[in-house]
Every structure is written in C-alpha cells, then in structure tokens.
Design a protein around this ligand. Sequence first.
Ligand SMILES: Nc1ncnc2c1ncn2[C@@H]1O[C@H](COP(=O)(O)OP(=O)(O)O)[C@@H](O)[C@H]1O
Ligand SMILES: [Mg+2]
Length: 277
Amino acid sequence: MGAVYVFVNQKGGVGKTTSAINLGAYLAGAGKSVLLVDFDSQANLSSGIGVRSARPGVYELLSGTAPLEQVMRKTGIPGLHVIPASIDLSGAAVELIDQKEREYFLKKALGPVRNRYDYIFIDCPPSLGILTLNGLIAADAVLIPMQCEYFAMEGLSLLFKTIRRIQKHLNPALVIGGIFFTMYDQRTRLAQEVVKQVSAYFRDSVFSTIVPRNVRLSEAPSHGLAISQYDPLCSGAKAYQSLAAELIKRGKPVPAAAHPAGAAAPGAGVKERPDHG
Ligand SMILES: Nc1ncnc2c1ncn2[C@@H]1O[C@H](COP(=O)(O)OP(=O)(O)O)[C@@H](O)[C@H]1O
Ligand SMILES: [Mg+2]
C-alpha cells in the first residue's frame, strides 16, 4: 500500500516544488512507483518535469470534466508519473469555496489510484488556502521544506496550528512526515545556527540530510529535467538522493493514534519566533 505526502510551507520559494520533483525522481530511480500531483496554479512542477501541455490536468480532474486516466502522464523517468496543473487551477480555489465538502475534493479524486503507487507527492501553493487544505486532507504525511534563514521559523506556528486543526477535525491520521532544510549555505554562520536551533526543537522530525544551495538545482527545471537527469554528480543531486533514501528508511507514516508517542506530536507548542540568541 502506498503513502501520500504533501509538501507544505506557506512561504514561497522554500523548495517545495524542487523537492517534490527531485525526491520523486530518486524514488522512481530506486524502483518505486511515484505520482507527482501539481497542486499549484503556477504549474512550476509540471514544466519543471517537462510536461508541455498541462490540459487536461488536476483542475479538470477536480471539476469532473476529465477522468484520472486522462490526466495522469508519463515523464522522462520510468516509474515517475505526473498530474499536471495549469493556471485554470486558480479558478478551482474560487469555485470550491461554495461547494459542500470542499476540503475533500482532492482526496476523493485520488482515491482510485492511492494504492497503485508507492508514493504520491502533492506539491502545494505558497498559502494555507483551500488548495493546501485539500492537500493536507488527501495526505498521510506532511513534508515541510525549510530555508536556512533568519525568519525560517516565522510562520511555522501558523502552519502547525493548521495541521493540528486538521488532525483534530478533518484528517486524524495525518502525521508530520518530516522537516528538511533547503538552500543551505555552509559559509554563513546564520545558516548553521538556524539548522542547530530548529533541529534542537523538532528533533526526530528533522531529516539529517541538508540540501545545499546549488545552482544546478535551479537550472534543471528550465530544461524540464530532474537533477538526477540533468547533473547527477552535483552536490544538490547527491543531497536529494540521500534525502530520498532517508524517506524510504523512515517507512510508511504511522498515524498518531497508533503511535506510542502519539500524544507528543512534533510541533506542539511551537512559538512564532524562537529565541535566536
Ligand atoms: N537547493 C537549491 N539551490 C539553489 N536554488 C534552489 C534550490 N532549491 C530551489 N531552488 C530554486 O529556488 C526557487 C524556489 O524553489 P521552489 O522549489 O520553486 O520553491 P517553492 O515551490 O517552495 O516556491 C526556484 O527557482 C528553484 O529553482
Ligand atoms: Mg512551488
């Protein structure tokens, strides 16, 4: 049985899309079957993995005008499939507002393929709006990419509050799949300090692999390629390969209720701004 992961951080530009593409590519390379779902109307994931025509895509799927078989595409990587997005998806956010059970559209839409893949990755937009809520309800686990900067923790309290609200009312099985650092620059002491503090706070939730700032990672999507295809020897490629191995090693997400330490959910009581002193 597969697991559904949602990439969430309401900040833009923290590496959600880059991580979904490259983790997906390495998992597929390791023999797993992976479905990427582009759930951002900016459609960076779709173009980043080389999908030219994004219609029909996830919008058509949600609105019931195209079936799953029509919206799932192959990519240049065997075992890696994608449901693309187009700018039409921004309309879905508005249309969903008036619908009954509006938070469950993505979960229902993905239901038939849940068990056809080892991993389903949902790439969310930079907000905690209705699309991200749909992502959090469709998922078994949340993956949170974090940039190593001073305001890294800012906004995390809102994110964890949202996650806890969803765990309580809408998706009790949702777990924190992990937090990982992106765009790390080892030359700055600040980046080292942020990693140290966040790791001390979130402990086991933090992946030990840190993704460095690496220009090759930002070049690859303009060629429609994952880093494993574009430059498999660069530092960014090695990091995502290692992060994928960590994700495999962590195994299937275990719902809090079934977990011995369930009560001590990571992120409980996160402060808006940690003491950086
Ligand atoms: N580790 C990295 N090193 C250098 N550039 C990166 C790295 N990760 C992402 N980028 C670039 O930073 C920008 C934002 O990343 P992206 O994955 O699109 O973030 P998000 O999806 O959270 O908005 C993109 O231009 C991407 O190519
Ligand atoms: Mg993105």
